[in-house]
Design a protein around this ligand. Structure first.
Ligand code: 13P
Length: 265
């Protein structure tokens, strides 16, 4: 059974002081919120301070990227070991902004995935098609390629721990979220492929979360869909109250879907 996971990707927002203030407020707000995993991903500079502020709380911390080498002459890069040491438990890998703006490829995603597991981090692996690809009806081909190449060489036990974020590029930062039916279709497809390539048990345990213009007023419809195990939230996670609304409404929708079973999807 999968406990829903709601993660806030802050992208390049928030200073150390702003991150600490947010996390302190969030930990108080979610201290009695059960049945959902809550994660925020500050920029590298604030990972350690955010992790300290989140210590012994329900809030997990993610880094937004890592480099696959453990250490060395790689100016400007940060390794998995370093972000784990700074207090992160999760790491976002292969976000579409990394792919389109910074040259990330499926092959480099794959190297980062292995490094994340080696460092004891839970990867949040981002996949998703562009608008052009969707209009050319290539969505499933793109997902196949990203899953196959990005997750190549991982074992079923790793897939079981993994979080896959389906983030259609046309929905990111556009205010145009995937419809619940579009999300359900893509998530069902991803799970089917995971089942074929990594086995039923691993596919059943792997979280597949949705990202792209998630807001407090659309999270319930998205999370009422089968195979939507949570959300990766950009802009609407920057305000702590808006993020809290997404966490509780998403959790409640998952519960309703399960017919009231406690917080599993
Ligand atoms: P928005 O929620 O701002 O569309 O961003 C989504 C995203 O990229 C999360 O990683």
């Amino acid at each position: 059974m999968r406990i829903p996971l709601i993660a806030g990707n802050w992208k390049m927002y928030k200073t150390v002081a702003e991150a600490v203030k947010y996390v302190k407020e969030l930990r108080g707000l979610v201290k009695d919120v059960d049945g959902v995993e809550v994660v925020v991903a500050p920029p590298f500079t604030a990972v350690h301070a955010a992790a300290e502020a989140a210590r012994n709380s329900n809030v997990g911390i993610a880094a937004q990227d890592l480099y696959w080498e453990r250490e060395g002459a790689f100016t400007g890069e940060v390794s998995g070991v370093m972000v784990r040491d700074a207090g992160a438990e999760y790491v976002i890998i292969g976000h579409s902004e990394r792919r389109t703006l910074f040259g990330e490829t499926d092959a480099s995603v794959n190297r980062r995935m292995a490094a994340a597991f080696a460092a004891g981090l839970c990867p949040i692996a981002c996949i998703g098609e562009t608008l052009d690809q969707r209009e050319r009806q290539e969505t499933f081909d793109v997902l196949d390629r990203q899953i196959k190449l990005g997750l190549d060489g991982l074992g079923s036990d790793q897939i079981a721990q993994l979080v896959v974020a389906y983030e259609p590029v046309w929905a990111i930062g556009t205010g145009r979220n995937a419809t619940p039916a579009q999300a359900a279709e893509a998530h069902g497809y991803i799970r089917k492929r995971l089942r074929q390539w990594f086995g039923a048990e691993a596919a059943e345990l792997c979280h597949v979360i949705y990202g792209g213009s998630v807001k407090p007023d659309n999270i319930a419809d998205l999370m009422s869909q089968p195979d939507v195990d949570g959300a990766l939230v950009g802009g609407a996670s920057l305000d702590v109250r808006s993020f809290l609304d997404i966490v509780t409404r998403g959790r409640d929708a998952a519960r309703r879907r399960q017919g009231g079973a406690a917080g599993t999807v």
